[in-house]
Design a protein around this ligand. Sequence first.
Ligand SMILES: O=C(CO)[C@@H](O)[C@H](O)COP(=O)(O)O
Length: 220
Amino acid sequence: MNSKLIAPSMLAADFGNLQRDTEMVNNSDADWFHIDVMDGHFVPNISYGMPVIQAIKKHATKPLDVHLMIEKPERYIEEFAKVGADIITVHYESTVHLHRTLTQIEDAGCKAGVVLNLTTPVSVLEDILPKCYMVLLMSINPGFGGQKFEDITYDRVKKLRRMIDERGLDTRIEIDGGVTDKNIKQLVEAGADTFVAGSHVFKSEDQTKTIATLKTLANS
Ligand SMILES: O=C(CO)[C@@H](O)[C@H](O)COP(=O)(O)O
C-alpha cells in the first residue's frame, strides 16, 4: 500500500507572492508541489513555463510534480528536468510514441507518469503500466482550476486499482481536479493514493490547516 500524498497545485497560488506560497507548502503537511504547464493548444489555457518552475524550485524543499498539458511534450522533457522537475507526467492523448517519451523522462533523471483525460478508457494503459511510476487520472476536463469534480472518477479509479493490483505493481494513482475534504476519503477507498488540490487549498483561509486536514482524511 503506497503512502498517501498531497500535492497542492501552484496554479492556484498567488503569483505575486510565489516565494511566500512556496514556503507555505514547504512548512505544511504537503508532500509535493504540483506544477501545471499549459500551452494554449492541448488545453485552452496558458499557464507558465520554465522560468516560473525555476523560481519555485529555488525555494522548494519538496519534489516538483510537473504535469505537462502540452502538445508533443517530448520536445521539452530535458528542459523541464533541467529547471528542477522530479516527476514528469505526460498526457496519453498528447504524444504519439508514449513508451519513447517515458524513456526520455527516465533518461533525464525524473520519475515518469501518464495522464488520462476524463473519459479516456483506463484500459489503454494495459501495456504501458509497468513503466509508469504514476498514473494521473483527470477528474475534470484539464485546462482550468476551480472546476467541479466529476463523479465518474470513482469507477475509473477502481478499474485502474484492479489493473495495478492484478499485475503486482506499486504504481501511484494521482487524482487531479476538484479534490476537496468532501471527496478525498471516497477516492482513497476507491484506490487512489496521491491528491492534487488547488483552489481548495489556496482559496481557504488557513491553507496550512486545509492541507493538514486533507492529509488526515487521506490517512483515516
Ligand atoms: O490540471 C489542472 C487543471 O487542468 C489542475 O491541477 C488544477 O490546477 C486543479 O485545480 P483545482 O481543481 O484543485 O482547483
